[in-house]
Design a protein around this ligand. Structure first.
Ligand code: NAD
Length: 235
């Protein structure tokens, strides 16, 4: 079976109603990124950071996957698919994708403040109780914190994502400005000559391989164009 890797970013979930990071609007405008997405911000005001991710979780529970997520999942009928996502939402899972690498963590999970990557202390929150508070402790006795990879922290699953790029038959990029590293660097691991497709309605400020095809559409319409016109998958 042919193999594809699909790298997704905040634009993938925009049509579901979740704000992009640089697009303006939504929660990201109310809370400065350096306060809510860095270890320093968490150290200086943990209550604010916990509140921000509580609100994002509540927001996530109100939205559903869009057609783009569903079409990404549908590719598993014809391809061996690895989704590498920068998104912390669970919309790929809910749409039916089964092989997902979350580079930047998962919103519905919480972990130890002392050892954020120690999986023994990672817990999944239930939709009926999606918030945490100061004073809630992980099993190691430290404050529970969001299981999110903040700016400046190591990206533990990057090596798995790089390994997934070996011998792929196509690389598909959806809804990422390709500004956040190391995720954006995944492009450099596409074997020479691999077809590269970019689905994004806007220009992307990154050096793409010369053979890259930019489908200037949103995630849902772009996936339809990709499937019908480029991958030519028969229904
Ligand atoms: P970004 O905001 O920097 O870029 C989003 C990209 O999506 C832009 O290029 C934009 O043109 C494009 N876009 C906008 N609407 C689109 C649509 N309908 N269909 C397809 N593309 C569309 O996002 P990024 O590159 O993912 O980096 C932001 C960081 O913020 C990431 O680390 C991510 O973890 C985090 N983030 C995650 C979520 C989420 O989990 N849903 C939401 C916001 C931010």
């Amino acid at each position: 079976m042919k193999r594809v890797v699909i790298l997704t970013g905040a634009g993938m979930s925009a049509e579901s109603g979740l704000g992009t990071f640089r697009g303006g609007g939504g929660l990201w405008d109310e809370y400065p990124v350096e306060l809510v997405a860095t270890p320093e911000g968490y150290a200086s005001n943990p209550a604010l950071v916990i509140e921000f991710y509580n609100k994002r979780r509540t927001e996530l529970l109100r939205v559903v996957p869009n057609e783009g997520h569903r079409l990404v999942a549908s590719l598993e009928k014809d391809y061996d698919v690895t989704v590498v996502t920068q998104n912390v939402d669970d919309l790929h899972e809910r749409a039916g994708s089964t092989n997902i690498i979350h580079l930047h963590g998962e919103l519905m999970k919480v972990c130890s403040s002392h050892s954020p990557q120690d999986l023994r202390y990672v817990r999944t929150l239930q939709p009926t109780a999606p918030t945490i508070a100061l004073g809630d402790l992980a099993a190691d006795g430290s404050q529970l914190r969001p299981y999110i990879v903040w700016f400046g922290e190591a990206v533990p699953y990057m090596s798995d994502a790089i390994a997934a790029m070996r011998d792929i038959d196509a690389f598909i990029i959806i809804g990422t400005s390709l500004n956040v590293y190391p995720a954006a660097g995944l492009l450099n691991y596409a074997p020479a000559g691999t077809p590269v497709y970019l689905i994004d309605p806007n220009d992307v400020n990154a050096v793409l391989p010369r053979n890259a095809i930019h489908i200037r559409k949103g995630a849902s319409e772009g996936m339809r164009v990709l499937i019908d016109e480029y991958l030519k998958i028969s229904k």
